[in-house]
Design a protein around this ligand. Structure first.
Ligand SMILES: Cc1ncc(COP(=O)(O)O)c(C=O)c1O
Length: 359
């Protein structure tokens, strides 16, 4: 089955085979060295600077974002949440669940956030300590301008938190140049590992600051993960093997080449959708490299489209929130080839043609 959902993704045989390595104890040297090497590879792939530390947690992408939020906000201070999709909403929901102070910017889901509006929020409330944004809003396939938002946050002396769960490995991210202080990512999307292991790239100098804040969560408090050599709780050891292999595979391919491969695939898909008279909901100017949201054509329902494509070997993804029944999403993350995308487009063409004829 070809997975065109935004994770779990199709993985290579190399990564799948890594699951079958030895049974090891996580309190032994073997696991310590595996974890050490995963962190090294994360820094090598994404940070290229001594200023960042990698923290690895056996958890979902949401939990990694939750770990960042609950660890980084000083008591009495606020989070400015830039919301232009479901995952921006989720950041606010997490802050709400922990009763953290927050200001929410409710923005158009198909447009990048207006910088002037962010700036006026920063001017209006000096209690804002952290600016939070989703790099790639998986809801619509919109890439938010993290560099510009980071520059603004930096100019105002704020901490910049980025949900990079669906972008890291698939989009260019220069942590230092974008003034990113903490970024959440996961193994099971553009890194092409399995879900179940996630990570944070954190500006090293912030770890000691976070230690001075009260612990809001037992299992998601980031400073607890900074006592080398191990992790505080039992990790998903086999998934770490696969994550390690996926990172090695990424470094072999080259991060820039991976990003370029995704970019070409997403461009191909959007061009093909337009050729089939299907309408993408986000402008090409800020469309991501990894997912495309398309209006469901009037002659089909989403369920019909999904089921008929699945019979042909392709899994597409529904819309979320207000876009639930109006759109379908096609991700191009994972160990996929041009032949897979060609096959998908001809299956889609067939399904559309049959639906029009059958009306
Ligand atoms: C941008 C973004 N953030 C967070 C998440 C949540 O990740 P998970 O489903 O692993 O909790 C997702 C999942 O697709 C995502 O795309």
């Amino acid at each position: 089955m070809i997975l065109l959902n935004p994770g779990p993704v199709n993985v290579s045989e190399r990564v799948r085979q890594a699951l079958l390595r030895d049974d090891i104890c996580h309190r032994e040297e073997e696991f310590y060295s595996l974890l050490y090497d995963i962190k090294l590879k994360l820094i090598q792939a994404f940070a290229r600077s001594q200023d960042y530390r990698a923290i690895v947690i056996s958890c979902s992408g949401t939990a990694a974002v939750e770990a960042a939020i609950t660890s980084i906000v000083q008591p009495g201070k606020k989070l400015l949440v830039i919301k232009n999709g479901v995952y921006g909403d989720r950041i606010a929901e997490i802050a709400q669940a922990y009763r953290l102070g927050k200001i929410e910017l409710n923005l158009d889901w198909t447009q990048p956030p207006p910088l002037a509006q962010i700036e006026s929020s920063l001017n209006a409330d000096p209690l804002i300590q952290v600016v939070a944004v989703v790099h790639h809003e998986t809801t619509t396939g919109l890439r938010n301008p993290v560099k510009e938002i980071g520059e603004l946050a930096h100019r105002y002396g704020k901490i910049f938190l980025v949900d990079g769960v669906s972008s890291i490995g698939g989009e260019n991210i220069d942590l230092a140049a974008s003034h990113i202080d903490i970024l959440a990512g996961t193994a099971g999307k553009c890194i092409q590992g399995f879900p179940g292991v996630s990570f944070l790239l954190v500006r090293d100098s912030l770890i000691d600051t976070m230690r001075t804040y009260p612990k809001r969560s037992v299992s998601l408090h980031l400073p607890s993960y900074c006592h080398d050599p191990g992790v505080p709780f039992t990790p998903s050891v086999q998934l770490h093997y696969a994550f390690h292999e996926a990172l090695a595979e990424l470094l072999d391919e080259g991060v820039d080449r991976r990003i370029d491969r995704y970019h070409r695939a997403s461009r191909f898909l959007r061009r093909s959708f337009r050729d089939l008279d299907l309408q993408c909901i986000v402008s090409e100017d800020y469309a991501s490299n990894t997912i495309t949201a398309v209006r469901v054509p009037p002659f089909l329902t989403y369920v019909e489209l999904h089921d008929q494509l699945k019979v042909r070997g392709f899994v597409i993804y529904a819309g979320q929130g207000a876009l639930y029944s109006n759109i379908f999403r096609v991700a191009n993350m994972g160990a996929l080839t041009q032949a897979d995308f060609d096959g998908f487009i001809s299956a889609l063409e067939q399904v559309c043609e049959q639906a029009v004829v059958g009306r």
